[in-house]
Design a protein around this ligand. Structure first.
Ligand code: FO1
Length: 332
């Protein structure tokens, strides 16, 4: 980064935790007097949560981040549009279409219809997202992790056997109560990073792993062939933010996901899952909550610089302060 040029920040992110963190990064950049934050901030978004439902393509994490940056998100529920209504959803249910446990808001459906139309016209998810981003002043460039459809499938234990279902069925219908055995993204081996992803990582001054679910949000992004390699080769520091505070997950059901892959719900275990770039992993630095400060030395022993700092993103100022600490690792 030259003395007068804007920093180039790349964030790998999932839905709710990801959006709060991205809002914090945008605020931290604005606090530096940067007006064109869209030129500085690229967000690579998980698309493993995506699904086809009632004939439309949903991209829950993409939409959560878009709506949050636009300031039109439902902050109470954590997904969908603020002040949305559900007339079409009730009608779909009368028809027996879709899933009775999965609500499609009217305004949200407008997004899905527009996206599906453009996809059916031959556009790629990357171009659709770029087009959608023009509606609001998001102050960030959003990229899907890949243009391939690699929706997450959860295999659960059932009686003496196993059964597979779409991630959204496991997450919203069963609230992650069915014991997961595996998470897969069929087709991901042949997927490529979306255009712009690898270049953004290669040209970044810092790459941040948001405090999103390490298994079903960050995990799919890292599983796209080429992303892990790009992170390992990046000239910039790769800095992760722990999604664990005080030995517990902050939101969602990440503990169930971590247990399924044999990882403890601790800041140390998640750091170890990502691994040190000094070894064969990804992280140069790991931000740990004050409540987990006791593991800082063990994180350092993994070869990852640890930084103990407040991680609660309970309001915009705290999210910005957290992002500030993360950017500070790269001297930005
Ligand atoms: N989450 C729910 O708990 N119930 C829903 O009915 C629901 C609908 C929904 C519709 C569109 C959308 O983009 C997201 C939606 N979510 C819903 C959130 C979503 O299931 C998950 O929280 C994320 O995919 C996990 O990051």
């Amino acid at each position: 980064m030259g003395p007068s040029s804007a920093p180039r920040v790349v964030v790998l992110a999932g839905g709710v935790g990801g959006s709060r963190f991205v809002l914090g990064v945008r605020a931290a950049l604005r606090d530096r007097g940067l007006t064109d934050t869209a030129a500085a901030l690229t967000v690579v978004v998980n698309t493993g949560d995506d699904l086809w439902l009632s004939g439309v393509r949903l991209q829950p994490d993409v939409d959560s981040i878009t709506y949050a940056l636009a300031g039109v998100n439902d902050t109470e529920r954590g997904w969908g549009r603020n002040g949305d209504s559900e007339r079409v959803n009730r009608e779909l249910q009368e028809w027996g279409a879709g899933w009775p446990w999965f609500t499609l808001g009217d305004l949200d459906l407008g997004t899905h219809l527009a996206r599906t139309g453009w996809l059916r016209d031959g556009s790629t998810p990357t171009r659709v997202l770029e087009r959608m981003s023009h509606r609001w002043d998001l102050g960030a460039r959003l990229l899907p992790m890949t243009d391939a459809e690699v929706d997450t499938v959860v295999t659960v234990r059932e009686g003496d056997g196993i059964r597979s279902m779409h991630f959204q069925e496991w997450w919203t219908r069963h609230r992650a109560t069915l014991e997961p055995v595996r998470f897969d993204n069929p087709g991901i081996e042949e997927a490529r990073p979306a255009p712009g992803v690898v270049d953004a990582i290669a040209q970044a001054d810092i790459v941040l792993l948001a405090p999103s679910n390490p298994v079903v949000s960050i995990g799919p992004i890292l599983s796209v062939p080429g992303v892990r390699e790009a992170l390992r080769a990046a000239p910039a520091p790769v800095v992760g933010v722990s999604p664990i505070i005080g030995g517990r997950v902050v939101r969602g059901m990440a503990d169930v996901c971590l247990a399924a892959i044999g990882v403890d719900t601790s800041a140390l275990a998640v750091a170890s899952l990502y691994g040190a770039r000094a070894g064969d992993g990804l992280l140069d630095a790991w931000l740990i909550a004050e409540e987990d400060g006791a593991v800082a030395d063990e994180v350092a022993e993994l070869g990852i610089r640890s930084l103990v700092t407040p991680l609660w993103m309970t309001d915009a100022a705290r999210s910005a302060a957290l992002a500030e600490s993360a950017l500070g690792v790269a001297g930005i």
